[in-house]
Design a protein around this ligand. Structure first.
Ligand code: HEC
Ligand code: HEC
Ligand code: HEC
Ligand code: HEC
Ligand code: HEC
Length: 305
């Protein structure tokens, strides 16, 4: 009997079942993906900074009214709407590496303290003391470090050790340069994608607006674009609608008007007394094409290891 069904057929039901299951999984996955609204798929919006429960409760208690108008967000944390939108700070003030480096950096607490140290920005009127206390707490850890370090350098080792112990017993952190604030990462391409080159895009005239949306209007940052492979490739195949003069890449309101209302056509600046015509996407793409090192990669190796 055993010759009718050779031995390998024993595995057949398992193989068939496996096939059915994986087809099913792909089907369900696809239906799920395409049926899910876009803002769910690309709407990750964690509270910033990510505070531990104790710090969160304290902040909610003391911060008073005015948490961001977003379900589940209980305290006013760091807001791009305030800093980049209302105060008009340039993105590069804080993300100072975007032009020179593949990586767009997140500022360290020392950048914040430039304004939020005691007595700088009026914290009765504007940045309410309680709401920015987490910035000062992080900074204080660095101040304590310099105190201990100075004693060590003066050769007062016993005093330095006593100071360290005193801080430790009071539960106070001591960190060189200040403690890092616990920001949650929002935009991330998978590890099998090479380092995404910010500087190349910014220099070519692709605005933060095209890839991150209008950050200036976001009380809390979220991912607005899919960051998928087809998203990268579509723009590389036709970047014209996204190219703006490189000097304008961080002026997100200007870019929004240029790309939507003006359809990226050439414009005459109303503020420029000479009325010089600013190039639109078409002219900028022609300029880009003339550059010797011009690259709009479609080849796998440019983006993958
Ligand atoms: C006052 C400093 C400051 C300014 C000005 C600023 N940012 Fe930020 N940015 C931060 C901090 C701090 C974070 C991390 C916390 C967060 O995600 O809100 C951040 C996060 C981001 C992120 C998300 C990073 C991630 O985790 O994926 C993007 C994108 C971003 N900023 C873009 C911009 C753009 C575009 C501008 C200019 C319109 C700008 N930022 C201006 C401080 C700043
Ligand atoms: C150029 C000065 C400047 C810098 C740099 C700056 N801020 Fe501010 N920040 C302000 C001012 C001014 C306000 C108050 C604005 C208002 O209420 O209209 C403010 C408000 C705030 C608030 C209170 C928000 C609220 O809802 O009331 C927080 C929290 C804050 N900043 C955190 C930060 C952090 C974190 C950094 C560093 C990544 C930073 N700031 C860097 C000027 C600055
Ligand atoms: C062509 C698209 C594109 C442009 C233009 C762009 N970004 Fe990004 N940005 C990305 C992608 C993709 C990531 C995720 C990169 C990764 O995971 O390595 C990212 C990540 C970031 C991060 C998080 C970095 C980190 O280490 O946490 C910040 C901050 C940021 N961008 C700021 C900016 C600013 C400011 C501008 C404009 C000056 C800008 N980006 C322009 C696509 C873009
Ligand atoms: C909105 C348009 C746009 C999007 C989206 C975009 N790119 Fe680009 N990319 C460009 C332009 C324009 C250049 C040309 C830069 C040049 O030639 O100087 C470029 C160039 C590049 C280069 C070559 C740069 C160099 O000089 O090494 C790489 C690598 C790259 N992109 C990766 C990516 C990846 C990965 C993504 C998706 C996560 C992406 N890009 C999304 C517009 C875009
Ligand atoms: C411009 C940059 C870019 C180029 C060129 C590119 N990829 Fe990708 N690829 C990506 C990014 C970004 C992702 C991550 C997408 C995500 O997270 O959804 C990705 C994901 C993938 C994946 C994982 C499955 C998926 O679709 O999410 C595979 C497989 C892949 N790429 C293969 C290739 C091959 C093969 C080529 C050449 C024909 C290629 N890629 C060219 C940027 C690129």
């Amino acid at each position: 009997m055993s010759t009718i069904f050779p031995k390998w057929t024993n595995a057949l039901p398992t193989v068939l079942l496996g096939g059915v299951l994986s087809t099913l999984a792909v089907g369900v996955g696809a239906a799920w993906y395409y049926a899910t609204p876009k803002y769910w798929r690309s709407g990750y919006m964690p509270a910033q900074p990510h505070l531990d429960e104790l710090a969160e409760v304290r902040l909610i208690k003391v911060a008073g009214a005015n948490p961001p108008d977003i379900p589940g967000h209980t305290y006013p944390g760091f807001s791009h709407q305030i800093h980049a939108g209302k105060l008009g700070m340039d993105c590069r003030y804080c993300h100072s590496h975007v032009e020179e480096s593949p990586e767009a950096n997140i500022p360290s607490v020392s950048t914040c303290v430039g304004c939020h140290a005691d007595g700088h920005v009026n914290d009765e009127l504007y940045a309410k003391k309680n709401r920015v206390q987490f910035v000062r707490d992080a900074w204080e850890a660095g101040v304590r470090y310099t105190v201990v370090d100075a004693l060590k350098k003066e050769g007062k080792i016993d005093e330095a050790e006593a100071k360290s112990k005193e801080f430790a017993e009071a539960g106070l952190h001591v960190v060189k340069g200040g403690a890092s604030l616990p920001w949650r990462r929002v935009h991330k391409v998978p590890d099998y994608v090479r380092n995404f080159p910010h500087h190349a895009h910014v220099a070519a005239g692709v605005s933060c607006y095209s890839c991150h949306g209008n950050i200036m209007e976001m009380p809390v940052v979220y991912q607005e674009q899919p960051l998928s492979m087809s998203w990268c490739l579509e723009c590389h195949a036709n970047p014209e609608p996204h190219l703006v003069p490189p000097s304008k890449v961080t002026d997100l309101y200007w870019v929004r008007d240029q790309l939507t209302a003006n359809k990226n056509a050439p414009v005459t600046s109303t503020t420029d007394p000479l009325g010089v015509l600013t190039k639109g996407g078409k002219g900028l793409l022609e300029d880009l094409a003339k550059k010797p090192m011009h690259l709009l990669p479609q080849n796998c190796g440019a983006c993958h290891y």
